[in-house]
Design a protein around this ligand. Structure first.
Ligand code: GCB
Length: 625
């Protein structure tokens, strides 16, 4: 088998992103728009052919999947990995196929009909009635296509999706395939996928699949930035119309929570000023009225009729000084957790019950910020961060960038493209306070300097209003990319991966490490990871590694050191991890990574109570409004 067969960009020439217009607005109902959900039980078939390309060669998209061979029911959204009892599906690498039929109302014929995927991991091809409508390269961001010309308005339509989870040196995250040719040790054609990240490569159609309509002239995109001036909230906006550009007019209204109009405008680009504005604050800074959201109502009138789109917006500013992180010009101390999006059974599939539970647990712990480690999370999760007032470090899937190939021009151009898609999706979210372009890349390599200068510079051009960083695990003496960041984010495991079991060295080692970063760069710091694997229910006193007592002792030492640097230059701490999560199998992982404060079922370990007490104290001591 050749690498080309599995390699996602074996189809490199065909690699097109599925961008229908400039924008990627979340599908919302309005008086001019309709949304139809295509979630549910789809037909599923993994292409188990030795080279995984039988489906493409035999054009499985040209007929219902069930006619090409056996299919099983597969929920959308979900990862396919943990749904069946079949190890071959759990560990599958290559193309999987999905299909379902759907109808569209006949009165949609005169509207623009868009098919949108919240995300599918990793490379997707989509056909409607056997005709290719879009391809998308990347596992964590939405893509869409206008599908009017492919639709049958008089009967059933067939929707077919092929998804390939192969990671290559140029995907984000990157990975490789090893082909074994020693037939004394491996069966013929044997290959394995090597991961460069510490989480399971869950795959499938992970988020909603929806149809939505707009008039043929429509609001395609809007960019909102906000400011505060003399007690007034300033909403700067830029609206882009799609379709016909002639003779359109726009009405812009800002509505408060009660639906009162508090500001208006009638230009595509402009600013609305709101007197006595209610600012968006994280819930720890404004417990009684957190996360105030206004609605930006846009009404576009054209020869095609009227299009209305409502966007929730929060008025707030984010700034980084030499020593502080400021929200609305007031110091903010981030006490948070890094997360993952997975849970039992559904893998990384969108799950509203899990989202609600996670936000309830975040608040129970007293968390006021989280990092979307190590990929962009579902828009429905980001919605809750906006609504509930939790700050987010919004991270790209740039995790595990380590080999020379990962720093190649091909990788760089994909990384720039992914940052473009991420900023386009999340630019209007008040909860997003910092962009993180990568986690733990090999920034000790010389090549990392131009690479990250370029990715960070590109991200700042896309959004000049937010700080940009990457998360670093190198020592200040050998890192080459920190000069380009606005705020230093770093991960440390003293007393775990080094000096294992020796909590007594943590304060000394961490203190000199942090002071070293500070004196070299004079920038504020957030420790974005520290943690110890802990098997819930395992106890030992005095503590030893993997027990609940060790996790408590270990964290206590970190906390003592943090307390000596808060108010100087440390502006945040984030424990690794909010909850246990799945990884590939390996001798260092006992059914996944166990550094969670919570089990995978979201039950607290002893350390969760320690953290909860600390974070609730920090709320009182570090947030005064
Ligand atoms: C790290 C990585 C994270 C791992 C964690 C660990 O530094 O950023 O992805 O899961 O360490 O537990 O080893």
């Amino acid at each position: 088998m050749s690498a080309a067969v599995l390699g996602v960009c074996a189809v490199a020439i065909l690699c097109v992103t599925g961008v229908a217009g400039i924008g990627m607005l979340y599908p919302r109902d309005s008086e001019s728009r309709e949304v139809k959900n295509l979630d549910g039980m789809w037909n599923f078939r993994a292409d188990m052919s030795p080279t995984r390309d039988a489906g493409l060669k035999q054009s499985w998209f040209s007929q219902p999947l069930a006619k090409t061979g056996p299919v099983i029911p597969m929920p959308v959204p979900s990862s396919y990995n943990d749904v069946t009892q079949d190890k071959a599906i759990r560990d599958f690498v290559g193309w999987v196929w999905y299909d379902r039929s759907f109808f569209v109302p006949q009165d949609w014929q005169n509207r623009r009909v868009v098919l949108r995927f919240g995300s599918a991991h990793y490379y997707s091809m989509v056909w409607v009635n056997s005709q290719k409508v879009v391809e998308h390269n990347g596992g964590h961001l939405p893509f869409e296509a206008e599908i009017n010309k492919y639709l049958n308005f008089a009967g059933s339509n067939l929707l077919t999706v092929a998804v390939n989870n192969t990671l290559t040196p140029h995907t984000l995250p990157p990975g490789t395939i090893t082909y074994e040719s020693d037939t004394k040790r491996y069966p013929e054609g044997y290959f394995v996928q090597n991961l460069q990240m510490d989480f399971f490569n869950y795959a499938g159609i992970h988020r909603h699949v929806r149809l939505y309509t707009t008039p043929t002239t429509y609001i395609d995109d809007v960019t909102v930035t906000t400011d505060i001036s003399d007690g007034k909230g300033i909403v700067n906006y830029q609206i882009v119309a799609g379709g016909s550009t002639q003779g359109n007019s726009i009405k812009v209204e800002v509505e408060d929570r009660e639906g009162n109009v508090v500001g208006t405008s009638a230009t595509f680009t402009g600013a609305v000023s709101i007197a006595n504005a209610n600012l968006w604050y994280p819930y720890t800074m404004m417990p009684n009225s957190p996360a105030y959201l206004y609605t930006l109502k846009m009404t576009l009138t054209s020869a095609a009729g009227t299009d209305v789109y409502r966007l929730p917006i929060g008025i707030r500013t984010v700034q980084v000084t030499d020593t502080q992180l400021l929200i609305n010009n007031k110091p903010f101390y981030c006490h948070g957790a890094a997360k993952h999006e997975d849970s039992d059974i559904r893998g990384k599939g969108l799950d509203y019950a899990l989202i609600a539970k996670d936000f309830n647990m975040l608040k129970w712990l007293g968390v006021n910020c989280f990092r979307t480690s190590h990929y962009p999370y579902a828009e429905e999760i980001m919605d809750q961060a906006d609504r509930q007032g939790i700050m987010v470090i919004d991270e790209s899937p740039g995790v595990g960038i380590s080999t020379d190939e990962n720093f190649s021009n091909e990788s760089l151009s994909h990384h720039l493209e992914v940052m473009g898609e991420l900023v386009r999706r999340d630019k209007n979210r008040p909860s997003v306070m910092i962009w993180s372009v990568a986690n733990e890349p090999a920034t000790n390599k010389d090549i990392a300097a131009p690479y990250f200068k370029s990715v960070i510079g590109h991200t700042k051009n896309l959004d000049p209003t937010r700080p940009v960083t990457f998360v670093c695990n190198h020592h200040y003496s050998d890192d080459k990319a920190i000069p380009y960041v606005d705020i230093i984010c770093f991960n440390r495991y003293y007393g775990w991966y080094s000096d294992t079991g020796h909590t007594e060295v943590i304060q000394l080692q961490l203190g000199s490490d942090m002071d070293g970063w500070r004196s070299k760069y004079n920038k504020p710091l957030i420790i974005t990871e520290y943690g110890a694997d802990t098997v819930a229910g395992l106890h030992r006193d005095p503590s030893s590694v993997f027990t609940e007592e060790y996790q408590v002792d270990f964290m206590t030492e970190y906390h003592k050191l943090f307390d000596t640097r808060i108010g100087k230059y440390l502006v945040g701490e984030m424990v690794w991890n909010f909850a246990d999560f799945m990884t590939k199998q390996g001798v260092k992982r006992v059914v996944g990574n166990k550094k969670g404060m919570l089990t995978r079922q979201r039950q607290p370990k002893a350390a969760a109570f320690l953290l909860r007490e600390r974070y609730h104290d920090l709320m009182n001591s570090t947030h005064h409004l």
